[in-house]
Structures are given as structure tokens and as C-alpha cells.
Design a protein around this ligand. Structure first.
Ligand SMILES: NC(=O)c1ccc[n+]([C@@H]2O[C@H](COP(=O)([O-])OP(=O)(O)OC[C@H]3O[C@@H](n4cnc5c(N)ncnc54)[C@H](OP(=O)(O)O)[C@@H]3O)[C@@H](O)[C@H]2O)c1
Length: 242
């Protein structure tokens, strides 16, 4: 049975990734920031017949990532797919002052921006770091880093948005560097733009339903080749401009 770990799976695309991977025969490690969130979401999917284990993983906390890896190792020897989906967008912060500290130059705050980068850019790399022994045990290990078109330098037409757009651009670069480093291990790691999706983050006016967005990205998993590693892909498999 294939195995997968999904981060940020309490809701939104992460939860749907777990559902669709389960429907495709994977044993799924559904991870969320708290035990309560993880267990509630995993129980919901198990009721739908999904083979799913809820675990705690906070992408902004390396100790939590290490503990998650140890728990997964108690259940299996190998991880075939890692979906680094967890993400934060300061536009969603209830504290408007904190939000502005990631958006506007005049109120820019280094700690606030670094907090976004810790979760959105470095977190995904640290998850790979600690899952590496499990990934290396898979015959075809794959990593999907959920990025965003907002991280594309060549397409950016807006100003501000330093925290989120900056963090997704950094994720694209860090993934390219990591993919090159991991080439000899046969690990394929790509960044994927899911498009604009109807989640809490994307809002109700977005182009894609959650189901459509995850189904699009899931179609890519089986066709990824070693030469794709390090690429920034659109949800339809086309190259996304850097
Ligand atoms: N929706 C879009 O249009 C869109 C477009 C481009 C890219 N994306 C990317 O797609 C991914 C999924 O977003 P979504 O739209 O599904 O958003 P969402 O509904 O807001 O879900 C975000 C998920 O990430 C989790 N999360 C946040 N910080 C975390 C942390 N430190 N550790 C672990 N989990 C954490 C949240 O958990 P809590 O419940 O604990 O907050 C939640 O489960 C994100 O990386 C996002 O940047 C979304």
C-alpha cells in the first residue's frame, strides 16, 4: 500500500488531498497543528472509508516535524508522497496591524515577515529533511510543494504583499536547490501552483472548487519524471514562469 503525508490538513485543500489520496488507495498521514484538529479530521475521513492516521505537525516548528517523523516511522518503513500544503497568508490575520506589517513598507516588520517565511518557505524544507529516511525507502518518492502564482517574479503586477508573495517565491528557489541536492536519491520534488481555489484563503469567488483543484494536482503525481524535479509547475502540468 502506498503511503502519503499531507501537511495543513485540518481543512481546505489539505483535507481534500487526504480524501482523494485515500480514495486512490494510499494510507494517509493527515497532519494538523493540534492533536484535536488532526483527530477530528482523520475521524471524519475514516467514516468515509479512508485509511487515515491523524498526527500533529506544525510546519513552523522543527521539533514538531521531528516528532511527526518518529510517529510515521512507527507505522511504516517508507513514504511515497509528501504534500507540503500547510500555508499562511497574512491577509487572513484577524489582527489588522499584524497583517499590515507584512503588506505595507511603512509598517513592515521583520519578525512578522519572517514568521510567514518560516511556515511557507523553510517549513516545507524541514519537513523533507526529517522525512528523508522514509522518502529514501520508497521506490518512487515524490514531494509536492504547494506554491502560488503570487510567488512568480515575472508575473507580479502588484505592490506590497511582502510576506506571502515573498515566501512563495522563496519556496520556489529553496525547492530548486533542494531538488538538485537530492537528485542522487531519486526524490522528485516540484512546486505546484494550484490556481485560485475556493478555500478560506482563496475565498468564494475563486475559479476552482477544492475538489477540482486537488484532482488537477493529483493527476500530476503519476506523470512526474526525474527531469521534472525542481520545476515550478502550474496545476495543468505546464511550466509556470518563475
Ligand atoms: N486557495 C488558494 O487560492 C491558493 C492559491 C495558491 C496557493 N495556495 C496554497 O495552498 C495551500 C493550502 O491553502 P488553502 O487554500 O487550502 O488554505 P486554508 O483553507 O486556509 O488552509 C490552510 C491550512 O494550512 C494549515 N496551517 C497553517 N499554518 C500551519 C502550520 N504552521 N503548520 C501546519 N499547518 C498549518 C491550516 O491549519 P489551521 O486550521 O490550524 O489554521 C490549514 O489547515 C497553502 O499553502 C496556500 O498558500 C492556495
Amino acid at each position: 500500500m502506498k503511503t502519503a503525508l499531507v501537511t495543513g490538513a485540518s481543512k481546505g485543500m489539505g483535507l481534500e488531498w487526504c480524501r482523494q489520496l485515500g480514495q486512490n488507495g494510499y494510507l494517509v498521514f493527515l497532519s494538523a497543528r493540534s492533536q484535536d484538529q488532526a483527530e477530528t479530521a482523520a475521524a471524519r475521513l475514516r467514516q468515509e472509508g479512508i485509511d487515515c492516521i491523524g498526527i500533529v505537525l506544525d510546519s513552523g516548528n522543527e521539533e514538531s516535524i521531528l516528532l511527526a517523523a518518529e510517529i510515521i516511522q512507527e507505522h511504516c518503513m517508507a513514504l511515497d508522497l509528501l504534500v507540503n500544503n500547510a500555508g499562511i497568508n497574512p491577509k487572513d490575520y484577524p489582527d489588522k496591524e499584524k497583517m499590515a506589517s507584512c503588506f505595507k513598507l511603512e509598517s513592515l516588520n521583520a519578525d512578522a515577515v519572517l514568521e510567514v517565511m518560516k511556515v511557507n518557505s523553510l517549513g516545507p524544507l524541514l519537513v523533507v529533511k526529517h522525512m528523508l529516511p522514509l522518502l529514501k525507502n520508497s521506490p518512487e518518492p515524490k514531494v509536492l510543494q504547494i506554491s502560488s502564482w503570487l510567488g512568480s517574479v515575472s508575473q507580479v503586477q502588484f505592490g506590497g504583499h511582502y510576506g506571502y508573495a515573498g515566501s512563495k517565491n522563496l519556496l520556489n528557489m529553496l525547492n530548486k536547490l533542494m531538488a538538485n541536492e537530492l537528485k542522487q536519491d531519486g526524490i522528485i520534488s516540484v512546486c505546484v501552483n494550484p490556481g485560485w481555489v475556493q478555500t478560506d484563503m482563496g475565498g468564494s469567488k475563486a475559479n476552482f472548487t477544492i475538489q477540482e483543484a486537488v484532482s488537477n494536482m493529483l493527476s500530476l503525481v503519476s506523470i512526474l519524471k526525474p527531469e521534472d524535479s525542481g520545476k515550478f509547475l502550474n496545476y495543468d502540468g505546464e511550466i509556470h514562469p518563475w
